[in-house]
Design a protein around this ligand. Structure first.
Ligand code: 28F
Length: 641
């Protein structure tokens, strides 16, 4: 039996019931108990420190993953208030950590004005879901500490020393009886904190990983704020103007926007509400798009770049090659959409629209060279759009006539029930041959691809329709592309990319993913795209069943041998360099048989990182590409798959 020094009164019993609810249904509070939910715990704590920075009192946040997956977050803000609330007889700090929904909510009568910042409500949730939590506060000349176990106070807030500094430090160990895993992924946290540093100009965030012998460390601090963000996203793309366009407006709904055009054909607009990535967009994005279209059209007409007879430039034309980051602060945000990442507040559309109309037109008047460079590109986009429309019509007319035309190389399956059907897109003719022989032809189709693919980052839609490498993919999937893509028409429930586990394979995979990401995004969002995982090794010995191994590290395979009482040096190890080295049977057994294969589902969780990855590989600059490929032979991890 655990013994607690604490005595509980009626109020606190209610509190405990509150945290018990969090432990019973953690998913309701942090989304899931997977590795994603685990990372959420860290974000909740860091959010509070960032709020303190937004309030203007904190300049530095340090996050450490300590040995044993203990998280330590420290800020140099004012420190959570330590004074006792007369009614609850608890310190403000302990209340924040033990009462569900405390924090910002009781900013009203607590005597503390939470200016600017919104002081998150997640501290008590983190506390409830941690095996233990330790909070140390420096404030009012003192050093204070309190400790919890699974949300229960085991040591109430106590002064344990003096301090001239101020700040808050929180250490916690997530509860392994709640979470599926406690293994934090450094890259995931690193990306999130980089993003947060971009969104909070001048705030320094460091992240350290002490789990390995040689600690990893990154420091993020961007004096340029959103401008730095856009420059980062456009890294190694060709820019149409040297510095981003930056516009901002304070007030009840602060809005900040940075824009920079590149010679690429894609549109990359990232939107944030209270530093939360609104992946599904919403009213702020709508307002921005409307204003962008109107402002550029008005300017082009007034300067006679666009004649009255030409009609208007369309929104798509004006957004070709744009990279933009939009950050708004909304006191009571309403989030909608499938993943609750779409801003619903209708008033925000007009606010952003008016702000962009005003500030962007001023910018264009004052920077005619930038305006000219962008508009030239818009006009050529409009022309390409017209050409694309014609090309598409041609394709449509054709397919109306011969609607069953499938690519010649496709070995289709006999079932026509998309739900159970799969298409393997296979790199290379020889692997394609093995796959054709090894498959279950009832529900598995094979589409061999070979040679280098078209670089879709640099191609407009009209080229893609006519491209002889991508056209087979489009026809096989059978649902069109771009704005015409219709997920209900897909011919296969699983689109599986099967490529070698080497650098060329990684390249093909990335090119295909880029293509899906840009032109069939719903396919990724809907979870229809997969990566096949061919084995890396075969361990074999006469009289022993072959062992296929899918990881670089063979330690686990050797353990299996040991369990079977076989010495390591008795077995031969074959390293597979490519799919072509496997015969049809082996390919079936290891990579295609639904009962035995490993499939990795591709998700577009982290659109920013994915785009960055693609651009790196697609950009003109060869060096970052090579570096990337070398570093990421198993790059799929970075796509958050
Ligand atoms: C490592 C995580 O949580 N930092 C925080 C503050 C500062 C204040 C605060 C936090 C007031 C009464 C609700 C201080 N002085 N880092 C953190 N720093 N919370 S959390 O106030 C909380 C509200 O209860 C703070 C004056 N006002 C606010």
């Amino acid at each position: 039996m655990e013994k607690f020094e604490h005595e509980y009164n009626a109020d606190q019993i209610q509190v405990l019931e509150g945290l018990e609810a969090v432990r019973k249904r953690p998913g309701m509070y942090i989304g899931s108990v997977s590795v994603r939910g685990l990372h959420h715990l860290v974000y909740e704590i860091v959010d509070n420190a960032v709020d303190e920075a937004l309030a203007g009192y904190c300049t530095e946040i340090n996050v450490t993953i300590e040995k044993g997956n203990i998280i330590c977050v420290e800020d140099n803000g004012r420190g959570i208030p330590v004074d006792i609330h007369p009614k609850t007889k608890l310190s403000a700090a302990e209340t924040v950590y033990t009462v569900l929904h405390a924090g910002g909510k009781f900013g009203g009568d607590s005597g503390y004005k939470v200016s600017g910042g919104l002081h998150g409500v997640g501290s008590s949730v983190v506390n409830a879901l941690s095996e233990w939590t330790e909070v140390t506060i420096q404030r009012d000349g003192g050093l204070y500490q309190m400790k919890f176990q699974r949300g229960k106070t085991v040591s109430t807030l106590t002064k344990i020393g003096d301090s001239k500094k101020t700040g808050t430090k929180v250490r916690f160990l997530a509860d392994d009886t709640i979470f599926e895993t406690l293994e934090y992924e450094y890259e995931v946290l690193e990306n999130r904190f980089r993003e947060m540093a971009f969104l909070t100009k001048g705030l320094k965030i460091t992240i350290t990983d002490e789990r390995e012998e040689t600690p990893r460390k990154n420091e993020f601090c961007f004096e340029g704020g959103l401008n730095s963000f856009v420059e980062y996203l456009n890294n190694n793309k060709e820019k149409l103007h040297p510095t981003p366009i930056y516009i901002e407006k304070d007030g009840e709904y602060p809005v900040e926007i940075a824009i920079q055009y590149t010679s690429a054909y894609s549109e990359n607009i990232y939107t944030f509400v209270n530093n939360i990535n609104t992946i599904e967009g919403g009213t702020h994005l709508e307002g921005f798009k409307r204003a962008l279209t109107k402002t550029f059209n008005d300017y082009a007409k007034s300067k006679n770049i666009l004649k009255e007879k030409d009609g208007n430039l369309q929104g798509d034309d004006i957004r070709e090659g744009i990279t933009a980051v939009i950050s708004v602060k909304v006191k009571e945000p309403q989030f909608e959409g499938q993943t609750k990442t779409k801003l619903g507040n209708s008033e925000v559309a007009g606010i952003v629209q008016a702000m962009v109309n005003e500030k962007l037109s001023t910018f264009l008047e004052e920077n005619p060279n930038v305006a000219k460079a962008i508009l030239e590109k818009c006009v050529s986009a409009a022309r390409a759009r017209e050409a694309a429309r014609k090309a598409r019509e041609l394709v449509r007319r054709k397919s109306a006539l011969e609607s069953t035309t499938l690519p010649g190389k496709l070995a289709d399956c006999s079932s026509k029930n998309a739900e159970e059907c799969e298409v393997y897109i296979v790199e290379g003719d020889s692997a394609g041959g093995s796959a054709k022989q090894g498959r279950d032809r009832r529900f598995q189709a094979i589409l061999p691809l070979w040679g280098k693919m078209l670089n879709v980052e640099k191609a407009r839609a009209d080229k893609i329709y006519g491209n002889d490498k991508l056209n087979p993919v489009i026809l096989a999937v059978g649902a069109g592309i771009g704005a015409d893509f219709d997920i209900t028409k897909i011919r296969y429930g699983k689109v599986i990319i099967m490529a070698d586990a080497d650098v060329d394979g990684a390249h093909i995979r990335t090119l295909l993913l880029t293509f899906f990401f840009r032109y069939m995004r719903p396919l990724i969002e809907n979870g229809n795209v997969f990566l096949a995982q061919p084995p890396l090794f075969k361990l074999f010995k006469k009289g022993m069943e072959d062992i296929y191994w899918y990881e670089d590290d063979l330690t686990g395979a050797f353990e299996i041998l040991k369990e079977r009482g076989i010495e390591r040096d008795q077995v031969s190890i074959q390293r597979y360099k490519g799919l072509g080295e496997m015969n049809p049977e082996q390919l079936w057994e290891t990579t295609m048989d639904p009962a035995r294969r490993i499939l990795v589902k591709v998700t577009m969780d982290d659109a920013i990182e994915a785009d960055k990855t693609f651009s790196l590989l697609m950009g003109d600059d060869v060096n970052p590409r090579r570096e990337f490929i070398e570093k990421n032979a198993k790059y799929v991890k970075n796509l958050d798959i």
